[in-house]
Every structure is written in C-alpha cells, then in structure tokens.
Design a binder for this molecule. Structure first.
Ligand SMILES: Cc1cc2nc3c(=O)[nH]c(=O)nc-3n(C[C@H](O)[C@H](O)[C@H](O)COP(=O)(O)OP(=O)(O)OC[C@H]3O[C@@H](n4cnc5c(N)ncnc54)[C@H](O)[C@@H]3O)c2cc1C
Length: 424
C-alpha cells in the first residue's frame, strides 16, 4: 500500500485519542486516527462504561469543558444522554455523572470526526514503529488491505496500553511496593430493570445485598454499581473484577473469558436478589473487557497523589481534573476512594504528556505520566478528554512549527484551549 504522510497520527480511538484527533484537526493539522475496532470510544463504547464521572468539584464547580462538553451536548441533542446528574457511589459518596447511550456515542464521535476532517482508519492495528534518534519516523499499521506505512510529523499514543510508545522503546513508570495494577472489568447490560425500585434502595440495603453476593462468590466487587442506558429500562453493571496485566496478550485473552464467566454469574445473582431486577436478564456483555490500568509513560513530569491533594500549581497547566483518587484492588472486593477538598480541582501540567527521550511524540489518556495513585484520579474520561484537548492542540503546533514537543509555549496552548471552551 502507498505510504501516507500526515501532520498528526493518533494511535487509538478511545475518548482520549478521538478528542486529541479532533483538537489537532481543528487547528488545521492533517490528522490520521487509527483504531483496531470498527467504532470510536474505547472503554466508553467497547468497554461499555456507560457514564462520564468527575466533571466538577464536590462544591459543584465545573472543571471540564471544551470538546468534552461538546460531546455531552451532542449526545443530549441526539437523545443519547439526559445530561449532568448525580448518584450515590457504593462508597456512600455523592458523585456527578453523565450517563450516555454507548451506541449514540459512537455516532456522535463519527460525526464530529467527519466534520473536523479527521481521517479515521478502523480495523487497523499498530504493527511496528520506526525511530530515528529522538524522533518517531514512521509506523506500520496492519489494515484490512495489508501493511500500511504512515510517516507522521507528530505521533500521539492514545492506545491506552501505550503500544506505540512500547514499540518505540520509550521508558515507563513502575509500581511501588505493595501496588498492583487496577483490575479489569467485564461490563454487562441487563434489562428490563424497575429503576424506581432499584434506585429506591438505600445505601445500607445495597451494601448488605452486595456483601451477600461477595460472600456467595457471585459478586467479585462489593457494589451494585449500575449506569442506566438513557431512555431505556436497561443498565450497565460494573461489578466484575479480573486481575490481569492486559498488555500481555495471553493474560488479556484469559481475562475476556474470566470476565464473561463472572458477568453471567453476577447477572443471575442480580436477577434473584436485587430489588427491581426480578424481570431483568443479561442482554449483552461489553464488546471487550474494560481495562483500567496498564502502562504509564515516564514523562518529563510525573503527577503524584500529593500534587492532587495540595492542588499543586504548574507553569504549564493545560487541564483541570476534579475526580477523587479511586483505586480498585486486584484482590478482594474493595476500592480505595479518597475524596479531595470540598472544592478541589487539581492541575494537569503539559509535561505529563511528554515521553522522556522523544521529541515528536505525545501521550493522551490513561497512560499519562502519573503515579499509580494519581492515575487512579485522572484516568476518568472527563479529565482524560480535557487533557487530550490540550495534547491535540499541542501536536498540531509541534507539526506546524517543526518544533520539539517540549518547546511548545504553554501560554499559547492555554489561549487556544480557552478559545475552544476549555476550563483552566
Ligand atoms: C470498567 C471500567 C469502569 C470505569 N468507570 C468509569 C466511569 O464510571 N466514568 C469515567 O469517566 N471513567 C471510568 N473509567 C475510566 C475510563 O473509562 C478510562 O480510563 C478511559 O476511558 C481511558 O480512555 P483512553 O482513551 O485513554 O483509553 P481506551 O479507552 O482504552 O482507548 C484506547 C483505544 O485504543 C485502541 N487500541 C489499543 N491498542 C491498539 C493498537 N495496538 N492498535 C490500534 N488501536 C489500539 C483501543 O481499541 C481503544 O479504542 C472506567 C474504566 C473501566 C475499565
């Protein structure tokens, strides 16, 4: 196949990659976004997460706008979401969220990419990466038509697992003593649910039923966490837990099997035991296991839990986040959930998107340079989208100016982000 040249190549069309590609294309960069599935959204659609959480501080101050807010507005306009709301988590905390229909989201993202002129290549896997010194010079992609060589000016790795960075030989962060990768989850859809009865359960009742499920070995996670599919009586349940390193292809394959096994058992428990679910049956598994954590890049700065707790300020802040530290444990049924201050929004510096040792590469999404703990907060989709908005603009500036990515002036980035409705 004839090689393709482009300004910005984005690997992976999850929420991070899609937003980064949109932002780059809107700056005038020729942008190629490739994705192994036949649709965009990543964990949001293929993983069927079903809700965006962490838009605002506990006091209700909004921290995320820009392209992320546009996506919500489009979803609402197409009947794929009823917009911003709140719910009580299994930990008892009140959390803001936007529930969405995964199928409508796919169309929203298709439409926005088409409008912005992003060239999207579906059913396309990263095969190899060539590097010349500090520069990613080309990537070979496995497509339906064979191997395709892409020669980008700038490469953005938004593959979640950072496959592009791994193949380029970039350095990664490790886990500290006692830390393990967050487990994966097979989401599953059930319906019809009587949501008046389901939502009418108080926290103590929910917790007691979940504890029974855990004791019986049918609920891996001590929660009855469900996001409703807008406009329907179906909900996506987030209660399974698979401890794997999803960057290992064999472990990932085993994890898909184990996730479905757990989901079916959990669905039967829910039908039998949970108020409002007597008539509910398993409708579908998510198309793929939802992956919370794999590789994290060693960037020019590494965001820490301490930075979030004290709302550290940075000279190169390009996005804000408000979601607390939320770490699911690989063993046991619990999570560690640490709320930050009542009105805490924390800053994300540009440098957490910049891999050490590479001049024309950026990272977007859950592989940003953050400790395991800080990753537990910034991994949620509104924050990932806010940061990806910045990464996309930066990638376009790097391509246009033929500059190393660290040379981009954060003030210019912030100016363009504000022009695009971002909150800083
Ligand atoms: C079970 C679960 C529940 C969660 N709950 C919430 C929640 O309630 N609210 C919230 O906001 N966040 C939640 N999160 C976190 C959030 O969904 C993710 O952290 C976020 O979506 C990550 O986005 P991303 O674009 O970085 O990565 P991903 O969504 O993983 O996207 C990566 C994309 O790259 C593609 N890709 C990967 N490798 C390749 C390759 N080699 N070649 C081509 N394409 C490739 C993938 O197919 C995928 O589309 C949850 C996550 C999980 C797993």
């Amino acid at each position: 196949m004839t090689p393709i040249d482009c300004d910005v190549m984005v690997a992976g069309g999850g929420m991070a990659g899609t937003v980064a590609a949109l932002a780059a294309a809107r700056q005038g960069a020729t942008t190629l976004l490739f994705e192994r599935h036949g649709f965009l959204g990543g964990a949001a659609t293929a993983g069927a997460v079903g809700q965006f959480v962490g838009w605002e501080t506990r006091a209700g101050r909004r921290a995320v706008g820009g392209i992320a807010a546009e996506i919500v507005a489009r979803l609402e306009a197409m009947g794929g979401s009823s917009g911003h709301g709140h719910f009580i988590m299994s930990t008892g905390h009140r959390m803001d969220r936007v529930e969405y229909d995964t199928e409508v989201l796919k169309v929203v993202l298709d439409t926005m990419c088409a409008e912005a002129g992003v060239r999207v290549l579906f059913h396309c896997q990263l095969a190899e990466v060539a590097r010349r010194g500090r520069v990613v010079s080309s990537a070979r992609l496995l497509t339906k038509g064979g191997l395709l060589e892409v020669r980008p000016r700038v490469a953005v790795d938004a593959s979640g697992d950072l496959d592009l960075m791994a193949r380029a030989g970039a350095p990664f962060l490790g886990l500290d003593e006692g830390e393990t990768l967050q487990p994966a989850t097979m989401m599953f859809r059930m319906g019809p649910i009587d949501f008046r009865a389901f939502d009418g359960m108080d926290a103590a009742t929910k917790a007691a039923i979940a504890a029974r499920g855990v004791a019986a070995g049918t609920l891996p996670r001590a929660a009855l966490h469900c996001s409703r599919v807008p406009g329907s009586d179906d909900g996506w349940f987030n209660v399974t837990r698979v401890a794997i390193d999803a960057a290992d292809p064999f472990a990932l394959s085993e994890g898909e099997r184990e996730g479905r096994r757990q989901a079916l058992a959990a669905a039967r428990f829910i039908t039998a035991e949970v108020p409002g679910c007597r008539d509910a049956r398993l409708v579908s598994f998510a198309p793929q296991l939802g992956i919370r954590e794999t590789r994290r890049i060693a960037g020019l700065y590494t965001l820490t839990g301490a930075d979030l707790r004290r709302s550290a300020e940075f000279p190169d802040t390009v996005a804000l986040g408000a979601y607390p530290i939320d770490v699911h444990h690989a063993t046991g049924a619990a999570i560690t959930f640490e709320e930050l201050g009542p009105d805490t929004a924390y800053a994300l510096p540009y440098r957490i998107a910049l891999p050490q040792g590479l001049d024309n590469a950026l990272v977007a999404g859950r592989g940003l340079s953050a400790t395991h703990e800080a990753h537990g907060a910034i991994r949620v989709m509104p924050t990932a989208m806010a940061m990806s908005h910045a990464v996309g603009i930066a990638a376009a500036l790097v391509a246009a100016g033929n500059l190393p990515a660290p040379a981009i002036d954060p003030a210019t980035l912030r100016e363009r982000l504000r022009a695009g409705g971002a909150m800083l």
